[in-house]
Design a protein around this ligand. Structure first.
Ligand SMILES: Cc1ncc(COP(=O)(O)O)c(C=O)c1O
Length: 392
């Protein structure tokens, strides 16, 4: 599948490249030649980490919080996560069931590492965040894709999920608000999936990393609907902390020790002063989260109608995260080729939909983790390109 030299392990070969990172590299190369590129390809907040969080890390470092912590994470942070889930959603989480990680990404290794034996299956939406199938395959599992469709608001059809369950199914993965679509799962869908999972004896794994960035309706955690679940979450998006590397997994009690052992051996612990700052993020930065959410919402309200005006189809406008997933088939069927053309010819970087699975082909993902000024410039360039190429 990948052009890799002989000797590279079969396991490593199962990993598909993260194509958007190749787009990033090309955008940076063009910038290095002096070209101005409007960068709308990655999900990295342009807004700075809230001051109160930065100060907390500084204080923690000054106070010498620079050593290893418990592999499970600092008790204060685990308590703060539990309190956050109680305040926000009214659910009871035992801090003993929380394992702190260096971002949501390593939490996926703990989750799938603790859950999967070779040949075990995980049901994933297609399109979805590309790391999910890669983690599953890397650990010997089998990703089972179930289509979600723009015209249906990117919602799972429960009967299709049910039909995909086999004796080897271990988990159903949900991600709301979702990357790449920004779609929000209605609570009745979460309830129906939880019910199905309970009935069929499989787990629900819920990636809640975009919580805090949902615009229109109340947020719901899977824990409101079932305890047969794992929650993945982190600080990268809502708290604008991508580079800090902090996240966690909330596990069923029987899986805590397995996750702890993986964490102990592979990572030891998350950075001590980052964990201290994470506690402050949860307890003192909710106002900052609301402020940043309002900024993203303003951008969303500008961007979605503008993209539609210049001919990109957005059948299911996003309800959260900071992405618009646009049907661009009439600009070019091959989303990778189109992304490179838009980059080279229009000077606008977007993510090709094929990166998110076969169900994303023909789409491009536009990130609005960029200022309104840059979004306006990006739209103007795309409009000019579409006009010049006879698409408008
Ligand atoms: C759905 C989803 N989950 C997880 C991650 C990774 O987050 P982290 O920075 O916490 O590792 C991302 C990053 O883009 C994401 O979109």
């Amino acid at each position: 599948m990948n052009a890799e030299p002989r000797g590279v392990s079969a396991r490593a070969r199962t990993i598909r490249p993260f194509v958007v990172m190749d787009v990033v590299a090309r955008a940076k190369a063009l910038e290095a030649t002096g070209r101005d590129i409007v960068r709308l390809e990655i999900g990295d907040p342009d807004l700075p980490t809230p001051d109160v969080v930065v100060r907390a890390a500084e204080v923690a470092m000054e106070q010498g919080e620079t050593g290893y912590t418990q592999s499970l994470g600092l008790p204060d942070l685990r308590d703060a996560v539990a309190a956050h889930y109680a305040d926000r959603y009214g659910v009871t989480v035992d801090p003993a069931n929380i394992v702190v990680t260096q971002g949501t990404s390593p939490a996926m290794l703990l989750l799938f590492g603790a859950l999967l034996d070779p040949g075990d299956e995980v049901i994933l939406p297609d399109p979805c965040y590309p790391a999910y199938p890669n983690y599953v395959s890397f650990l010997g599992g089998v990703p089972m894709h179930v289509n979600v469709r723009a015209e249906e608001g990117w919602r799972f059809r429960i009967d299709e999920v049910e039909a995909a369950i086999t004796p080897r199914t271990r988990a159903i993965m949900v991600n709301s608000p979702a990357n790449p679509t920004g779609a929000v799962m209605p609570p009745e869908d979460l309830a129906a999936l939880a019910h199905l999972a309970d009935e069929r004896g499989v787990w629900v794994a819920s990636d809640e990393i975009y919580h805090g960035l949902q615009f229109d309706e109340d947020e719901h955690t899977v824990l409101e609907f079932t305890h047969r679940s794992f929650v993945l979450n982190g600080f990268s998006k809502a708290y604008a902390m991508t580079g800090w590397r902090l996240g966690y997994v909330i596990c069923p009690p029987g899986f805590v020790r397995a996750c702890e052992k993986i964490q102990q051996n592979f990572f030891l612990c998350a950075n001590a002063f980052v964990q201290a700052a994470g506690t402050v993020a949860l307890t003192q930065a909710q106002g900052d989260v609301a402020r940043m959410r309002a900024i993203y919402n303003e951008r969303r309200q500008y961007l979605v109608p503008e993209l539609q005006r210049i001919g990109l189809r957005v059948q299911a406008p996003p309800g959260g995260a900071f992405y618009v997933f646009c049907d661009a088939r009439h600009w070019g069927e091959d989303s990778l080729a189109l992304a490179y053309r838009l980059l080279d010819e229009a000077g606008v970087a977007v993510a090709p939909g094929m990166d998110f699975g076969p169900g994303g082909e023909g789409f491009v993902r536009v990130s609005y983790a960029a200022s309104l000024e840059r979004l306006r410039e990006g739209v103007a360039r795309l409009e000019k390109w579409a006009t010049e190429h006879g698409h408008l």
